[in-house]
Design a protein around this ligand. Structure first.
Ligand SMILES: NC(=O)c1ccc[n+]([C@@H]2O[C@H](COP(=O)([O-])OP(=O)(O)OC[C@H]3O[C@@H](n4cnc5c(N)ncnc54)[C@H](OP(=O)(O)O)[C@@H]3O)[C@@H](O)[C@H]2O)c1
Length: 382
């Protein structure tokens, strides 16, 4: 039995993780849950899984949650950053699934690692902002950090304990998002409604917009750099519209190992929870006769400059990836509120990156300061 805390339990990944837990009651015990503002759903999850502790983003939401639950529940209800940290470092948890969106996940993830918890990491922004610091802490504490992102789960499985020196290149696949073939001259009139329709995956709104701009792939490139200790020049992005090959690894002898499966996040979530074992499930199996063709193309960096910006930020290093990430979080939120257009997203991020005074070897405080600075700056650009 593995005791698991989930931060971000009401989101797309969190809900699917609880599906996996429901299907494996003899293998997974949910001990703590954290969410933001969706108190109705969290109340349902608490009634079903009876965690020891649960947390929401503010004390107002905590009051509402206590009211919804009434007196018959023993779960301790907390709030804010302290609540998030309590869930992430709950004394009974063996593993913490980090499924919040954005750098809000950074501090609880660090606290979970410091408390000796293994991590199932969906919250890629944590590694983008502070990959060096997080991976050093993982090594210092001797905990495991398993990827949940389907591409990184694929690479992890392709690597399968091969020595680092056998590795030649990581090939991250990208669906290309809803605008893969959209004409360049129409890109600036893309609306939030259009960008929120992903062809292959059903995800939270921030990552769905990131998939439409290809910033998601850029964030994944930086995530891969830290997870697998490779240079950026050895990471290739390939657009693969069918989302069947989740990523590939090329080895020095020219062999390429690919990981295939249906596009369903419950598979990589389950693997991060079940590793080193594989558990059966009721999901449909991949039918390649139905898929018929697997296609590949190079990403178009002119129509999708966010991917280029992410490679640049990663190569520059220091505080720059944290700045890219924070500026992206703010510009995506502003695009969703219709304050800026779709093609303004890379323009604003580039503008903020150009203004940033880089700290080459940042500590956690430097990262958090750079993150705050970039958020403010990106919020002000007209
Ligand atoms: N969705 C996918 O298929 C997918 C695939 C690969 C990687 N990922 C990564 O997984 C992470 C989560 O993505 P998602 O699509 O699941 O996002 P999502 O659906 O938007 O869910 C985000 C979760 O974070 C919670 N949250 C937000 N602010 C919070 C705060 N201040 N304190 C505590 N909880 C807070 C939300 O709570 P409320 O809803 O209650 O406010 C929700 O539970 C992201 O880093 C994403 O890049 C997602």
């Amino acid at each position: 039995m593995k005791n698991v805390s989930i931060i971000g339990s009401t989101g797309s990944i969190g809900r699917q993780a609880l599906d996996v837990a429901s299907s494996n009651p003899e293998k997974i015990h949910v001990v703590a849950l954290a969410a933001g503002s969706n108190v109705e759903l969290l109340a349902d999850q608490i009634r079903k899984f009876k965690p020891r502790v649960a947390s929401v983003a503010s004390e107002n939401y905590a009051r509402e949650l206590r009211r919804l639950l009434g007196d018959n529940i023993n779960t301790v209800i907390l709030s804010g950053t302290d609540g998030l940290i309590a869930v992430a470092s709950d004394s009974e948890a063996d593993m913490v699934l980090t499924a919040v969106t954005g750098t809000v996940g950074l501090i609880p993830t660090m606290k979970a690692i410091e408390a000796g918890k293994d991590i199932a990491l969906a919250n890629k922004e944590t590694l983008v902002a502070a990959g060096n610091i997080v991976m050093d802490k993982v090594a210092e504490m001797g905990v495991k950090l398993y990827p949940v992102d389907s591409e990184h789960s694929a690479i992890w499985q392709c690597l399968d304990n091969e020595p680092q020196k056998a590795l030649s290149k990581l090939i991250l696949t990208a669906s290309g998002g809803p605008f893969r073939n959209y004409p360049a001259e129409k890109m600036s009139s893309i609306t939030p409604e259009m960008a929120l329709k992903h062809p292959n995956w059903d995800m939270g709104s921030k990552i769905t917009i990131d998939s439409a701009t290809l910033m998601n792939k850029g964030l994944e490139v930086i995530e891969a750099k830290w997870l697998f200790d490779v240079d950026f020049k050895d990471i290739q992005v390939l657009v693969h519209a069918q989302s069947i090959i989740h990523s590939m690894v090329e080895f020095i002898d020219g062999s390429v190992i690919a990981h295939l499966g249906i596009p369903d996040m419950r598979i990589p979530i389950q693997y991060a929870l079940s590793y080193p074992n594989r558990w059966p499930n009721d999901l449909p199996k991949l039918n390649l006769l139905e898929v018929q063709e697997l296609t590949f193309e190079a990403p178009d960096l002119d129509r999708f400059p966010c991917l280029k910006l992410a490679f640049q930020a990663g190569e520059i290093g220091g505080t720059m990836p944290a700045v890219l990430n924070a500026a992206n979080e703010v510009t995506v939120a502003r695009f969703l509120k219709r304050e800026i257009g779709f093609m303004d997203i890379p323009v604003v991020i580039n503008n903020i990156m150009e203004k940033h005074q880089i700290i080459a070897k940042p500590d956690l405080d430097d990262i958090l300061t750079a993150d705050r600075w970039a958020r403010e700056a990106a919020g002000e650009v007209k």
